[in-house]
Design a protein around this ligand. Structure first.
Ligand code: KG4
Ligand code: ZN
Length: 389
């Protein structure tokens, strides 16, 4: 070991000592710089190796009447293709047998398009995530079988995803202009099949603290819309017209349900009896009052949801609320939540529009989070139409 501070072959402790004592020669100083440069380069090489470990996930959603495939790079969406099934419109609701047939026709082109749009080759994929449930059994089977065989063919892990968890965890997709909730928060899933309030402690520690005992809120929209003569799904049409009408034109009573549970079947019947009574007196009642009827229906439904959220925030002490599911596209609920920020001190999270109705991007984010935990499915995993959170 060299002692001379003038020698280039030096000991670093000696240089440090000299550095601290301000006795450093130019040569030593240069040596020290080179030493740190090498250290920094090594660190960068190591770090960039880690950050270049981009995880590519193909996600498939086929729980109801939308066939969707998405490609995610880590928590960012590269593509999210959704094929809607128009076939159900004329029946006023989803016909399960037609839905599974349409999934069979759509799934290959939809996956192909998702890969193409993301500019990713199938060989680059790290895992395949799919919706295991809840949903229509025939529809789920199409996605499950496709995901299983594709993952098997590519020899990559398979990841099963709970559709309802995905509606909540869609908030963790990185999107410009959208903030992510912090734990704990309340998730409210409002869709055509579900209405739930969920206490979310961490990604995979969720507890349902309230849910519908009969119809889902989306069904309340769709069934009321059917009474008014709208096609399926009626939610968007009611929402559009509601914005042009008087929300207090007609009064519908809110169902009385204990605690945090919901009920919407009585509401739909109330709308039916009201319309029948009015049409008897004036056959043009619907046409003459359509916007006001829609606004009144929407006002009542949103009132029911907000009342329950008020109770939930009081009971849990949690004031962060994140909504998900098709009905979270609704302009009225979005506004009511924003108002709740000022009125009740809530912090609210509303997903980007394309992640509200059923989509594979939300399945992909759960797939990515599970991938990080190496939480993979067994080969014999089965679709489960009544899968719980
Ligand atoms: O989450 P989603 O796509 O499928 C299910 O998992 O059910 O939700 C579909 C539901 C339908 O009932 C549809 O009428 C409703 O979401 N929906 C809306 C709106 N957009 C979709 N309801 C009210 N207002 C909207 N803007
Ligand atoms: Zn859904």
């Amino acid at each position: 070991m060299m002692k001379s501070s003038n020698n280039i072959a030096i000991s670093f402790p000696a240089i440090f000592r000299n550095f601290l004592m301000r006795k450093l020669s130019l040569k030593n100083y240069l040596c020290l710089l080179i030493y740190f440069q090498i250290k920094i380069n090594n660190y960068n090489a190591e770090y960039s190796h880690m950050s270049s470990q981009n995880i590519y996930i193909l996600a498939i959603e086929s729980s109801c009447d939308d066939t969707s495939a998405a490609i995610l790079c880590n928590d960012t969406v590269l593509s999210n293709i959704v094929a809607n099934q128009k076939i159900h419109e004329e029946f006023g609701g989803v016909v399960p047998e037609l839905a599974s047939r349409a999934h069979q026709q759509n799934i290959v082109p939809v996956v192909h398009q998702a890969l193409k749009k993301a500019n990713i080759r199938k060989e680059q994929l790290h895992a395949i995530a799919f919706t295991r449930g809840p949903g229509l059994m025939g529809s789920l089977l199409v996605g499950t079988s496709f995901a299983k065989s594709f993952a098997y063919g590519l020899n990559i892990p398979l990841i099963d995803v709970n559709h309802m968890q995905a509606h909540i965890l869609a908030h963790f997709i990185t999107e410009e202009g959208f903030k992510k909730p912090t734990f704990p928060f309340l998730g409210m899933t409002i869709s055509g099949g579900h209405t739930q309030i969920v206490k979310v402690e961490s990604y995979f520690n969720m507890e349902v603290i309230g849910e519908t005992i009969d119809d889902a809120v989306g069904e309340a929209y769709d069934k009321s819309g059917k009474i008014l003569g709208f096609g399926y799904p009626a939610g968007p049409e009611i929402d559009k017209r509601a914005q042009l009408g008087n929300p207090k034109a007609f009064l519908f009573t809110k169902p009385k349900v204990e605690g945090l549970n919901f009920s919407f079947s009585g509401f739909k019947t109330a709308v039916l009896y009201f319309i029948q009574k009015e049409v008897k007196m004036n056959p043009n009642f619907i046409a003459e009052n359509l916007n006001d009827i829609c606004a009144s229906i929407q006002y009542t439904i949103i009132g029911i949801l907000i009342d329950k959220l008020k109770t939930a925030t009081k009971e849990t002490g949690i004031t962060q609320i994140a909504i998900g599911g098709g009905v979270s596209a609704n302009s009225g609920i979005r506004k009511a939540l924003k108002d709740g920020e000022h009125k009740f001190g809530w912090t609210t999270y509303v997903p980007k529009f394309e992640y509200t109705t059923d989509n594979a991007a939300m399945i992909g984010i759960v797939g990515y989070l599970k991938y990080l935990e190496s939480d993979f499915s067994k080969n014999n995993v089965m679709a489960s139409s009544r899968l719980k959170i």
